[in-house]
Design a protein around this ligand. Structure first.
Ligand SMILES: Nc1ncnc2c1ncn2[C@@H]1O[C@H](COP(=O)(O)OP(=O)(O)OP(=O)(O)O)[C@@H](O)[C@H]1O
Ligand SMILES: [Mg+2]
Length: 396
């Protein structure tokens, strides 16, 4: 009996081995279970993604099944109703606007077959609106322009006064001027002047980029020019700003190829529009270029632009002013503006602005709370190096 207690029988040993192996198996199953559970989680997540994708496709299919919409422009708003003009057909429609849609005159909207408005289109939806960036009244005034006093005076005489006090010209009996061409190196304030004039006169500012016109909207240039001037007529007082006019009105642009024939057609349309505007009150033209040497003589012919104004690189006094303008909102530490103006000969207004911004970045990087002279010098060094590589380069 005592022997039997001390030594387990072979049956008992076998049993406890079974238990052990069962326990082991349970452990393995537990691990496997964990693995499966985490796999299941992964798959559920994946499944969610597929469901989302399916929903998206379903939405697209639904959109494709919907009837097409028409584009119209709001030409007037009367007692909560909108008068729309449909593109293409020029048909006019009077319709109620849904309460959740806010529109202005000139907005482009999508209408359905029943001619009720579905949504307002962003400007980018319409190709034409993209070239003709419409800035109703830019928030730029003459006080943010350094130097250029004489030039601003000339622009005021030719563009601002005829818009704000046309009677002055009538009294004396002269036709008010209506177009100026600004020319000079890049970044010197041409666009700035045009915007400031629009701001002063509360005129609609229509901006047409010559480069975009010839590069992006091939085949549409002439029509776009016509549309732009139509828009200017609809929204008087207005200022049409034609930036980089050299792209459309360069004497080398016509070499007989199809592309250049198209550019030429655009230019002819532009000249026709400029001429058509000579005596029209309420619409003024400002064109800008930094390659006046390339301009076609037809554009420069006396009578087309009333004034051809050079916008030069800023001189020392102007540079000092520009530094002060662009540091107005910046916390400064002992800045010697006179010295800065002295050591930055050859830089444009845009360069100076970039330099100030970059100086701010330097100050930020070394944990400073103010921009110091040393930060501006570092920024200048960086700009000089960038310009060595590419003379037209400014800070990114
Ligand atoms: N005279 C200036 N006074 C103050 N800031 C200026 C001046 N000139 C340029 N700048 C700064 O540079 C920026 C670019 O200037 P702007 O767009 O007027 O140049 P631009 O002459 O039209 O150049 P581009 O020929 O390249 O079109 C302005 O937004 C402004 O911050
Ligand atoms: Mg410009």
């Amino acid at each position: 009996m005592s022997e039997a207690l001390a030594k387990p029988s072979s049956f008992e040993t076998e049993q406890s081995r079974d238990v052990l192996s069962l326990l082991e198996e349970v452990e393995i199953l537990k691990v496997q279970n964990e693995e499966l559970r985490s796999k299941l989680l992964d798959i559920t997540i994946e499944n969610g993604k597929y469901l989302q994708a399916i929903n998206k496709f379903q939405e697209q299919v639904d959109n494709l099944r919907r009837p097409p919409l028409f584009i119209a422009t709001v030409i007037d708003i009367v007692n909560g109703m909108a008068i729309l003009r449909q593109h293409g057909s020029n048909q006019e429609i009077l319709t109620y606007m849904p309460k959740d849609i806010t529109i202005d005159i000139g907005s482009r909207v999508a209408v359905n077959n029943n001619l009720s408005t579905i949504s307002v289109l962003s400007k980018s939806v319409d190709v034409r609106a993209r070239v003709m960036e419409l800035v109703d009244v830019p928030e730029v005034d003459y006080d943010v322009i350094g130097g250029l006093k004489k030039q601003i005076e000339e622009v005021v005489e030719t563009i601002e006064l005829p818009l704000t006090q046309p009677e002055l010209f009538k009294e004396i009996g002269i036709d008010p001027p209506s177009a100026v061409l600004l020319h000079g190196p890049p970044g010197t304030g041409k666009t700035l002047i045009a915007k400031a004039v629009a701001h002063r006169t509360h005129a609609t500012f229509l901006c047409l980029s010559g480069t975009e016109l010839v590069q992006k909207y091939i085949g549409e240039g002439a029509r776009l020019v016509r549309d732009l001037f139509q828009m200017a007529r609809d929204k008087t007082p207005s200022i049409v700003f034609i930036d980089e006019i050299d792209s459309v009105a360069s004497m080398r642009s016509y070499d007989g190829s199809t592309g250049s024939a198209e550019v030429n057609r655009t230019m002819i349309q532009l000249l026709a529009e400029i001429d058509g505007f000579r005596r029209r009150e309420g619409v003024k033209i400002i064109a800008a270029t930094n390659r006046i040497d390339l301009l076609d003589q037809a554009i420069l012919r006396p009578g087309r632009f009333d004034r051809i104004i050079e916008i030069p690189l800023p001189d020392e006094i102007a540079r000092e002013e520009i530094f002060k303008i662009h540091t107005r909102k910046i916390k400064l530490e002992q800045i010697d503006f006179k010295k800065l103006a002295k050591i930055t000969a050859g830089l444009s207004g845009a360069d100076i602005k970039a330099m100030v911004t970059e100086a701010g970045m330097f100050a930020l990087r070394h944990g400073g709370k103010k921009v110091a002279m040393s930060d501006i010098r570092k920024a200048q060094k960086k700009l000089i190096e960038l310009k060595k590589k590419d003379p037209n380069q400014m800070f990114a």
